[in-house]
Design a protein around this ligand. Structure first.
Ligand code: C2E
Ligand code: CA
Ligand code: CA
Length: 427
């Protein structure tokens, strides 16, 4: 209420005096991970520390507001506007250093949207809405950045609202618009039976919006918390499918399911995995959960505990997209692991590039020495395949063999006419 009252007053002033002010909408990135990972009391400590730092900045000392959750609004009134750039720098500065929480240093970045008044709008609601839209644009383009409002952003944000609404509807509607596809995982060291199972990959074919790729909707699903029910759906479907293969002539086929960090940090994730195994009857050793390294891995102890408990069920763990983002060789040592999946980016230039080759060789030797297998993803050409065949690499996945396909198609090809296919691949 204070924010609205002050903003209304400053808009009036600015209009009267021909001045300019700005409204900043700030939202913490992945705050949920800190809250879920460390507990709300530490989330509260962080929110207070951030509030305190914001209020120390000259020019906005009395014009910072918490809108709820991890969202803050900062008003740069006309009398401070000449400091605008400095203020922005000082805000960014706050998020460049780690916060000491519980017993370790945590980084928390933020995304921010900026609107100017009166030029971008002269009503309180309108300005806050536009600043929020710009903030979401900053999130969408990769977080940890600042975006300025423009009318172009506005139209793309309407798409986001559409997507949000449709996604909510799709989850209450029995997940009918979602479908799980399967991409075979091939063992190139094994003659005879090279398909070892598949990775389950979700597809969303929305009635309203058409086909939407997982890279486009999963970040929003994570943001909205909808990844939990959607992820549980994928897990259940994939386990059912695998159980079916296992019972019908392919007892060793395994299925890999991607697990978002948001899912991993749910307090009941181990129970969910356990009850899905029981309900579907899949042998735990035939289920592999793929996780990525992420900011949450800051809390190594907790991560190790959760993954350790999942592994106690007999389920295997794969470290996905290795070599990108927060990857660290230490993680290979510390995290309870069964498979390392080398990111596609190392494959693109595999046939020409020494670095990529050496990287894969190094990871596979390291993996071999600690009894972890390695799977290389994104093989598209014969040349890439040949290079890997020469190395210790065992598992391979990529368009060179097959794209992700509907369950029927996978079964037709890999669970019935398997033998014919094998002759093909070994040629
Ligand atoms: P990912 O886990 O790294 O999955 C591999 C992606 O690479 C898939 O994209 C797959 O179709 C694609 N791919 C496989 N072989 C090749 C190839 O030879 N060349 C190229 N260029 N691409 C290849 P997709 O299905 O679009 O999924 C994208 C990402 O979305 C996945 O990356 C994963 O992070 C996420 N995702 C998909 N399904 C789920 C899910 O059920 N739950 C969660 N949490 N994330 C999922
Ligand atoms: Ca994956
Ligand atoms: Ca991957």
């Amino acid at each position: 209420m204070c924010c609205e009252r002050d903003l209304a007053r400053h808009i009036d002033e600015a209009k009267k005096d021909g001045d300019k002010g700005a409204l900043l909408y700030l939202d913490l990135d992945d705050f949920k991970h800190i809250n879920d990972g460390l507990g709300h009391q530490y989330g509260d400590v962080l929110l207070k520390a951030i509030s305190h730092s914001l209020q120390n900045i000259d020019g906005i000392k009395t014009t910072c507001y918490r809108m709820g959750g991890d969202e803050f609004v900062i008003l740069v009134p006309p009398e401070s506007y000449q400091r605008f750039n400095l203020i922005l720098e000082e805000i960014k500065e706050i998020f460049n250093k780690p916060w000491f929480l519980k017993d370790a240093d945590y980084y928390c970045t933020m995304s921010m949207g900026v609107v100017n008044f009166p030029e971008d709008g002269d009503s309180v609601q309108n300005l806050i809405k536009k600043a929020d839209i710009a903030m979401y644009e900053a999130k969408k383009s990769g977080k940890n950045r600042v975006a300025y409002y423009s009318d172009k952003i506005n139209s793309s944000s309407n798409k986001r609202l559409d997507m949000e609404k449709n996604m909510r509807d799709a989850t209450v509607d029995g997940y009918k618009e979602f479908e799980v596809y399967y991409q075979p995982i091939i063992d190139i060291q094994r003659k005879g039976l090279p398909c070892t199972g598949a990775e389950a990959l979700i597809r969303w074919n929305s009635n309203e919006l058409g086909f939407i790729s997982p890279t486009d909707f999963i970040p929003l699903a994570e943001y909205l918390g909808l990844i939990n029910p959607i992820g549980n759906y994928v897990l259940r479907e994939a386990c059912k499918a695998c159980k079916n293969w296992n019972d019908n002539g392919y007892p060793d086929y395994k299925v890999n399911v991607n697990l978002s960090v948001v899912q991993l940090l749910q307090p009941d994730i181990v129970d969910i995995v356990k009850s899905t195994i029981e309900e579907t009857g899949i042998l735990p050793k035939n289920l592999t959960l793929e996780v990525t390294e992420s900011l949450a891995i800051n809390d190594m102890e907790r991560m190790k505990e959760i993954l350790g408990n999942i592994r106690k069920l007999g389920v295997r763990i794969a470290l996905d997209d290795f070599g990108t983002g927060y990857s660290s060789l230490n993680h290979i040592r510390e995290i309870p692991l069964d498979v390392i999946k080398v990111d596609q980016s190392f494959v693109i230039d595999l046939a020409e590039d020494n670095y990529s080759q050496s990287f894969i060789k190094m990871i596979s030797e390291l993996a071999g020495s600690i009894g972890v297998s390695i799977c290389v993803e994104g093989i598209e050409t014969k040349e890439q395949y040949k290079v890997l065949e020469g190395m210790k690499v065992q598992l391979i996945q990529g368009y060179y063999f097959d794209r992700p396909m509907k369950r029927d198609a996978f079964e037709e090809k890999y669970a019935e006419k398997l033998v014919e296919k094998l002759v093909d691949i070994s040629r």
